[in-house]
Design a protein. Structure first.
Length: 354
């Protein structure tokens, strides 16, 4: 079989959808599985033995109708037997429709029958051990796998040379290997996914006081001003534990650096998903407007813990829509009781020590 999996959007989505490839390759080891994504997500797919070819769908192609149709017919010439469209937007609807595949699989929408011959309703209110982001992707395997699926965790595959480079980077900054190394995701992927910076600094202060850890920040050069703001909010004692200039500008070196950390603490998002795929413990803070049922993944494992306003004050969600909450994000971030968050974080540190 030749199979194409399509997942555009952000790194967390792209990484999560690799469980489709992992399970298909296990079921059909002789199959050829390709994966289509945006170029900025390619690095989380590299070295995955269950993906034969990564196909970037560039903005140049997407934003030009002639280029898009040229691309579509390049895909058609590959003669896929199955296309699994996790993204399911117009451009991928068309790619799937014209692929010529026998199996065209996606989620149910009012127009699904035009483009797909297998479509499934997303689970919404079902309680899930792994999180609905996982359950909904496993559902797309129904035409191919009838038995219960147990391989449910996305994985990131690093080369030994990448890990050695990360260790050498830490050595060049004289990182004390006797102390825990904790990465902080101080900034979210969007402004509304970023816990207030002064509050984040208080969490970093608390972490240093409880663990005596070395702290590094996850940020990119054009976020340096915001990162510096967090740093400046921290106490003078905490600043002694932060290696501010130790960060990576490219994704593969970042993944290798993350693999050397004791844990990741901070805003829920792509970095948290990557940490989980590397088996690095996570303590994450959700923005109030993100659906916790979907992205609170693998919290059946003690090493993954999160804070969500819906867990603390569910009555807010009975009164307002998620769109309203998103528009008033920072008002609702103020509803997160810092004292309770720190208490939960302290319990997490104790659990992790044990």
């Amino acid at each position: 079989m030749r199979i194409l999996v399509i997942q555009q959007k952000r790194i967390g989505d792209v990484l999560t959808s690799t469980i489709i490839c992992n399970n298909l390759k296990a079921k059909f080891p002789e199959s050829k599985i390709d994966y289509m994504c945006y170029p900025n997500s390619v690095d989380v797919l590299k070295e995955n033995p269950n993906i034969d070819t990564i196909i970037p769908l560039t903005n140049t192609v997407r934003k030009s109708i002639p280029s898009l149709f040229k691309f579509i017919f390049q895909i058609r010439r590959k003669k896929y037997d199955a296309v699994i469209d996790v993204y399911s937007k117009l451009e991928t609807n068309l790619i799937t429709l014209f692929s010529g595949a026998k199996y065209k699989v996606s989620y149910s929408k009012w127009y699904s029958n035009v483009f797909y011959n297998y479509s499934y309703e997303r689970l919404d209110a079902v309680k899930s051990e792994f999180g609905l982001a996982i359950e909904n992707r496993l559902m797309l395997l129904k035409p191919f796998i009838s038995e219960k699926i147990t391989d449910v965790k996305p994985k990131i595959f690093l080369k030994e040379s990448e890990i050695i480079e990360a260790k050498n980077l830490l050595k060049s900054y004289n990182v004390d290997t006797e102390k825990p190394l904790i990465m902080f995701g101080i900034l979210g992927s969007e402004f509304y996914k970023t816990y207030p910076l002064d509050g984040m600094a208080k969490i970093i202060d608390f972490t240093v006081a409880k663990t005596n850890a070395t702290i590094i920040f996850n940020y990119i050069p054009d976020q340096k001003e915001q990162a510096l703001e967090v740093y400046n909010y921290c106490s003078e004692e905490t600043k002694k534990h932060i290696i501010f200039d130790l960060y990576c500008t490219e994704l593969r070196p970042f993944l290798a650096l993350l693999s050397q950390c004791e844990m990741l603490i901070g805003n829920e998002g792509g970095a948290v998903n990557m940490a989980k795929a590397l088996e690095i413990p996570t303590f994450s803070i959700f923005t109030p407007s993100v659906r916790k049922e979907t992205w609170q993944t693998f919290e059946n494992e003690a090493k993954n813990v999160s804070i969500h306003l819906k867990d603390l004050k569910p009555e807010i969600y009975a009164q307002h829509t998620e769109e309203y909450i998103k528009e008033h994000t920072f008002e609702y971030y103020a509803e997160y009781p810092l004292e309770l968050m720190l208490k939960k974080l302290e319990a997490y540190f104790q659990e992790y020590k044990n």
